[in-house]
Design a protein around this ligand. Sequence first.
Ligand SMILES: *[C@@H]1O[C@H](CO)[C@@H](O)[C@H](O)[C@H]1NC(C)=O
Ligand SMILES: *[C@@H]1O[C@H](CO)[C@@H](O)[C@H](O)[C@H]1NC(C)=O
Length: 224
Amino acid sequence: MERAAGVPLVFFLLCCSSLLASLNLSVAQTPIPAKYDGFVYGGGSLWKGLVIIEAFLDPMCPDSRDSWPSLKQTLKFYYPRVSLAVHPFALPYHSNSYASCRALHIANNLNASSAYPLLDLFFKYQEKYYNEPTYNKSRAFITDHFSKIAEKAVGRGSYSAIKSGFDDSKTDMATRISFKYGCSRGVMGTPYFFVNGIPLPDYGSALNFHEWNRIIDPLLTEKK
Ligand SMILES: *[C@@H]1O[C@H](CO)[C@@H](O)[C@H](O)[C@H]1NC(C)=O
Ligand SMILES: *[C@@H]1O[C@H](CO)[C@@H](O)[C@H](O)[C@H]1NC(C)=O
């Protein structure tokens, strides 16, 4: 009896799925990048570390900026036992965030060592590019300024290559993928940290060096 009842059920499910397919209700596929998203500290593979930190940061966000010195200090202390990937995450309420995240991708394409120095520069100058001081500024103005800032990180004479990077649809796609990746991980603000894939609580606030120690030390001890 049970087996007989199974057949109509399977038939019903098959009908449903082909109906859904014919209505094209399937979920759209986000483009899959050829390389895992993010800028890896020191280059190479993210998976080389014993403990892996992923940081979602917005170059125009003051909380991201404030979390950066202690995160860098932590990395310098533990590297290469701890590895870090920074994922640019453009918050929609910071007007120039998307352009700054795109500049990171452009810079990284031109010089693989330049993404971290450029992030430093964005944090240094970010106040000039907040919403209010740039209220009357055009996108062309922002692109020009960000290209000039990025030139300092990428290398002298790279200005025009950086500027034309803003017209390259591939850098737009890379920046979108960074954003979509953050969304897929449930990122709701910055800074937002994951350690070995697990989100840390209290996103949006900085962790000091000792707080990082308290998270990382037990993991390294366990690995021994
Ligand atoms: C933007 O421009 C308008 C018109 O020139 C001016 O009245 C306003 O004060 C400017 N706003 C800012 C934030 O600079
Ligand atoms: C690439 O960027 C790094 C970091 O800013 C810099 O030290 C290096 O000189 C750059 N390379 C070239 C070829 O300009």
